[in-house]
Design a protein around this ligand. Sequence first.
Ligand code: UD1
Length: 360
Amino acid sequence: MKVISIVGARPQLVKLAPIAAAFAGTEHQHVIVHTGQHYDADLSDVFFTGLGIPDPDVHLGVGSGSHGVQTGAVLSALDPVLEAEQPDWVLVYGDTNSTVAGALSAVKMHLPVAHLEAGLRSFNRRMPEEHNRVLTDHAADLLLAPTEEAMRHLANEGLAERSVLVGDVMVDVCMRVRDSVLAGGQPAPALPEGIDPSAPYLVATLHRPDNTDDPDRLATLVDALADLPVPVALLAHPRLTARAEAHGIKLNRGALRAGRPLPYAQLVAAVLGSVGVVTDSGGLQKEAFLLGRACTTIRPETEWVETLRDGWNILVPEPGELGRQAWAATATRPAPEVPQGTPYGEGTAARTVVQVLAEH
Ligand code: UD1
């Protein structure tokens, strides 16, 4: 069996790591195509080196652009690659512009497409990712779902027959890296300057267009983070840095200390060393849950509803409206004592994915 993985953005590289490892011990051929949607070393290269992912076989180098330009560039650059490779499966990951472009290019060539992390829904049609998910699920031939909830969404959309529950590959990689961090096998995380790793601190990220692109909203959110009673290590995505700079919003003030995004193992170490997480990232909500830290999510909804159980994750779309004390109490609350359970599987999803692809 020959499988082409199409990836391009940071969260896809994290999911690619366990998939590439699961293919490594088999007779199957696994080809990696990097679209180049993320091109900064901090968002791309460090994931290949840090997670031991083989170098991409093909790099499309599309870079940034409006949604249409970026999606279209991936689409037209992929056609000749898929034409030449003629894989048994095209495997697309998650919900980015690279995902929907990969799926579209493949189905138009009558190549079978599998969607990893199928069935996630925010039901928020303002999110570009929501359109990418829905369109990809309806185009794909095989839907690899991470959770029971995702399976229900797919069934509700008439896609049950094409859906298989495989578990979440992020558990595979997160647990492996956690064990290596706890065993002392990883360097200390490069936290932003001014964060003392031996004192309590929060880990924060903010990158969703809905939070970063409107200057007033961004200023309000940065104020709320800066106002917290515990130092906040802000691991700034390039979109955040660029928007803050463009709007004259200072990221280093009050409790806030801004630094660069971290390689995966350092991120895991940073979360393990923290007293909690504040974020608008999908992946980080789940990593906080898996690593046993309370998470506060600056969004009106989440796709990862399992994290909300027992208060492991709390949604605060408008921190400014909560009142200063309630916001501080929420963001700095301790992790719940109730165990998280294993709604995302046991960490063997990648092997299941390879099996399911081979069987189909
Ligand atoms: C993308 C995904 C999002 C995912 C996120 C993870 C889409 C629609 N969005 O969002 O689902 O959660 O990746 O990081 O596909 N930039 C750089 N260097 C880079 C990449 C981006 O400077 O390596 C800057 C560019 O100015 C660009 C902006 O960040 O315009 C946004 O990048 P883009 O890839 O469009 O989306 P993300 O916000 O990263």
